[in-house]
Design a protein around this ligand. Structure first.
Ligand SMILES: Cc1cc2nc3c(=O)[nH]c(=O)nc-3n(C[C@H](O)[C@H](O)[C@H](O)COP(=O)(O)OP(=O)(O)OC[C@H]3O[C@@H](n4cnc5c(N)ncnc54)[C@H](O)[C@@H]3O)c2cc1C
Length: 515
């Protein structure tokens, strides 16, 4: 029988082996099988910071999950996009005995890493393989944070898949789990090997550029090799569309093909960088060095526009995240150790249709315009425009960095961010930063560096799908993940991929498709 103990507190620095002793004391006999099922930090009292655990123990080993039901000789399903949504969809299909063909415009992760480094260091952008596009999708060069606000039961499956393919086991029980960009890359390779060994295939450097249909049903995908330009047609009755929020050309193609989409609101902003030690001290007091790099999550209603921090990267770096020529986009990334000098976070302002227009692609154009202004302000070289917080607040161009040095590797240029961002965003940020400082001392540090611009917060469109998860305009097409507007972040996108896979499996099993 499995027993569970909750709310066990250990002082920071105490070895976790103590937990076993506590379990044995409670059971009054030696514990055979023991595991942590929850671990969180209680830092309310900075003089007495505690780790809080739930543990489970039993006399028998944990039962393995039963294997999923498999179809024999099932048809091939195309999965477009190998981000968290597409990959987890493909993985689940494989486990059901369905062979997916994964179509990915970017490179496999080994080559993608080199291509992306070329951009980070030499500012040579490959519009087909970059931080947004390529194996692993937008999450590959990230912090790999896995917490989500959704309560989908499939979130657990996502974490278990990550652990099975090489992520640290702690992500199953930490309340704020993260993998780190370094570990994520090997997880991606392991997933690829498993998919290929089980009958799946990958087509890298291959972009979906159109499709053929008949009587409202998908018949074939039109593909283009992104290196040679060669076009091909692939017969497909079923395709998962997991293209992410940056596939602007694909959204335009879908619109041109009559696929129903609707515009969505989104947010724009900057990355803010502080010294990680300052954030640590502010959150944990003098003991911060004994703890993992501190994070934060802040919201401000000081302005009529809500401002919020997003995708905080403790001990991470700000990275060049553009995917279109002539635009600067920033984002954040950390390795597993999160041991960089700075910590950064996106600082986002909610935008509304009244800011950018009611038409389907007005939001996308609005994002693009801001990215181009940032490109101009950065000197047209993919260097990013930056400003110290004190100078942003005073409407003057910075002259020198203070204690915080920017980590954006493609170079920075002192520039007025108030001329790059929409005015409403500028005034909202000016009101929010000192307001946030009331909850996190040092947030409004005069030497904090603001780097522009953060525009790829979410998809500017939704690709409408019905209860059966198929496009309302085309049977056989399954819009999925963040680009389609059904998730935000790695875990919820991956969970949406599994949900779509289960739907496809159910349809094939019931002979609803491929007849
Ligand atoms: C730098 C960075 C850091 C991030 N950090 C975090 C984090 O720590 N935690 C978190 O939860 N989220 C983070 N995110 C967000 C997260 O990565 C996304 O929410 C998630 O990747 C969305 O998954 P997806 O599969 O829906 O789309 P994506 O990951 O965007 O994948 C879409 C894939 O489709 C491919 N594609 C696009 N168009 C086509 C086409 N026409 N043909 C073929 N292939 C195509 C793309 O190349 C891409 O690989 C981060 C994002 C970035 C950019």
């Amino acid at each position: 029988m499995i027993k569970r103990l909750d709310n066990i507190k250990l002082h920071i620095g105490v070895n976790e082996r103590e937990l076993l002793k506590i379990a044995q004391k409670s059971l009054k006999k030696p514990v055979k099988y023991f595991k942590i099922i929850k671990k969180s930090l209680d830092a309310r009292d900075k003089g007495n910071i505690l780790w809080v655990y739930s543990i489970a123990f039993s006399d028998e080993p944990e039962r393995q999950k039963p294997a999923l039901e498999k179809l024999k000789g099932s048809p091939q399903v195309a999965v477009v996009g190998s981000g968290p949504a597409g990959l987890m969809c493909a993985l689940r299909l494989v486990e059901h005995g369905i062979s997916p063909l994964i179509i990915e415009r970017g490179e496999r992760v080994e080559e993608r890493e080199k291509t992306t480094r070329e951009f980070f260091e030499k500012r040579i952008l490959d519009p087909q393989s970059n931080v947004q596009f390529g194996e692993g999708g937008a999450g590959t060069f990230s912090d790999g944070k896995l917490n989500t606000q959704t309560h989908d039961g499939l979130n657990r499956d996502v974490l278990e898949y990550f652990v099975r393919f090489g992520a640290p086991e702690e992500i199953l029980y930490l309340n704020k789990p993260h993998i780190g960009s370094d570990k994520l890359k090997s997880v991606l390779k392991n997933i690829r090997e498993f998919i290929v060994q089980n009958g799946g295939r990958y087509l890298f450097n291959t972009r979906l550029t159109g499709f053929n249909s008949s009587n409202g049903r998908l018949k074939a995908l039109i593909l283009q090799n992104t290196r040679t330009g060669e076009e091909s047609e692939l017969q497909a009755d079923c395709a998962v569309l997991a293209v992410g929020h940056s596939a602007r050309d694909t959204f335009e193609m879908l619109y041109g093909s009559g696929i129903k989409m609707t515009p969505r609101d989104f947010a724009v902003g900057v990355r803010i960088e502080h010294l990680a030690s300052e954030i640590g001290f502010s959150q944990f007091g003098k003991n911060y060095k004994l703890l993992p790099a501190a994070d934060y999550k802040l919201v401000s209603h000081a302005h009529e526009r809500t401002v919020f921090t997003f995708c905080m990267c403790p001990g991470g770096v700000v990275i060049p995240a553009a995917s279109e020529e002539g635009g600067v986009v920033v984002n954040g990334m950390s390795d597993y150790a999160r041991n960089g000098v700075n910590s950064n976070s996106a600082l986002m302002v909610q935008m509304r249709a009244s800011d950018f227009g009611e038409n389907l692609f007005d939001g996308m154009e609005f994002q693009r315009t801001i990215e181009r202004k940032a490109f101009e302000a950065g000197g047209r070289t993919y260097s990013a425009p930056v400003q110290l917080y004190k100078d942003f607040a005073a409407d003057r161009i910075s002259q020198n960095f203070g204690e915080v040095l920017p980590t954006y590797s493609a170079g920075t240029v002192f520039a007025p961010l108030n001329e790059v961002l929409p005015q409403v965003a500028v005034s909202a940020l000016k009101a929010a930063i000192p307001d946030m400082d009331k909850r996190l001392r040092g947030f409004a540090d005069p030497s904090a560096v603001l780097t522009g611009v953060e525009t790829r917060f979410s998809s500017p469109v939704r690709i409408e799908r019905g209860e059966d998860l198929q496009s309302v305009s085309l049977m056989g097409l399954y819009p999925c993940g963040e680009g389609a507007g059904y998730s935000g972040g790695i875990t919820s996108s991956a969970a949406d991929g599994i949900k779509v896979a289960e739907k496809i499996y159910g349809s094939i099993k019931n002979h609803m498709i491929f007849i």
